[in-house]
Design a protein around this ligand. Structure first.
Ligand SMILES: Cc1ncc(COP(=O)(O)O)c(C=O)c1O
Length: 280
């Protein structure tokens, strides 16, 4: 049998209906790129998962066990995706956490997504979503299971030529994409939105910030306005699977003038793509 899913270490793909991940989104997840049997940036993903568990007061999984299970699913895979979900476990009437709750760990392997090659080489078209991200400092940065804002945002378009939608918070600051983080290049320096009020602190975002710093490119996290986005010299998106995608075009949005420019993959974006290739 070709196993693609382990739940608490056992092959299978059914979950107790009492699992709090289902009822309350009470848990966390990680999505890892697998290449030649290796889960890329494993330690960083484990650190984020551990930090997330601490913030949500979920007992963190045994990481050696998780690593062994991940290996079991991925060791023979040339290219693929491993999703790890940790929920608080089953039970409890209402929100109260039962004393007996044992976290559920789910490891799910899937095929590598078929993104067009041009996305990384030529860049992508991006829209601005009308859906906003709520402010929630307690959950900001976490890759928790509540993703309704992203689901609603992704319902806003079905034009396959648009690869991603950007989201603002309720004050109008740009935060991230539906499944990516966003970076701007201004005067040759890199800026990425601060994620202390909402957004997911991406693994690739951290990797890119470190690569930039190592290359002597100044890198700042701070609030970013739409006007800055439109005026940026270069824009790019990151996540663990796509690596770095340059933003080539911002689609017309909400009465604002269509920028009508092609950013193209600028020199800073290109140099970071090259640095990332060397790291892998
Ligand atoms: C909402 C959101 N932001 C950012 C990211 C990027 O995170 P990472 O770099 O860890 O893949 C993701 C990834 O799925 C995401 O869903």
């Amino acid at each position: 049998m070709h196993i693609h899913c382990l739940i608490n270490g056992e092959p299978g793909d059914t979950l107790a209906i009492s699992d709090r991940g289902l009822h309350y989104g009470d848990g966390l997840f990680e999505t890892l790129a697998v290449r030649d049997g290796v889960c890329e940036f494993w330690d960083r993903h484990m650190q984020r998962l551990h930090a997330g568990c601490e913030r949500l007061c979920i007992a963190p999984p045994e990481f050696a066990q998780l690593a062994a299970e991940a290996r079991q699913l991925t060791h023979s895979i040339e290219r693929g995706v491993l999703k790890i979900i940790v929920t608080r476990g089953s039970g409890g009437r209402g929100y109260r956490v039962p004393d007996t709750a044992h976290p559920t760990r789910i490891l799910l392997r899937s095929d590598w997504p078929t993104y067009p090659r041009d996305n990384a080489e030529q860049g992508v078209r991006v829209r601005l979503c009308t859906q906003r991200l709520g402010t929630n400092p307690t959950l900001a940065g976490l890759k928790h299971l509540n993703r309704l804002e992203q689901v609603l945002a992704r319902l806003e378009w079905d034009d396959p030529t648009i690869a991603e939608g950007l989201l603002q918070d309720h004050t109008g600051h740009v935060i991230e994409g539906t499944f990516t983080n966003v970076f701007l290049v201004q005067h040759g320096k890199i800026v990425t939105p601060a994620l202390d009020r909402c957004g997911v602190a991406g693994i690739m975002r951290a990797v890119v910030m470190e690569l930039a710093t190592a290359a002597g490119i100044d890198c700042t996290e701070r609030a970013v306005t739409l006007d800055e986005l439109v005026a940026a010299e270069e824009l790019f998106l990151t996540n663990s699977l796509i690596g770095i995608w340059p933003i080539q075009e911002l689609e017309h949005w909400q009465g604002r003038a269509t920028p009508g420019y092609g950013y193209g993959p600028g020199p800073v974006t290109r140099s970071l793509q090259t640095a990332l290739q060397c790291l892998k």
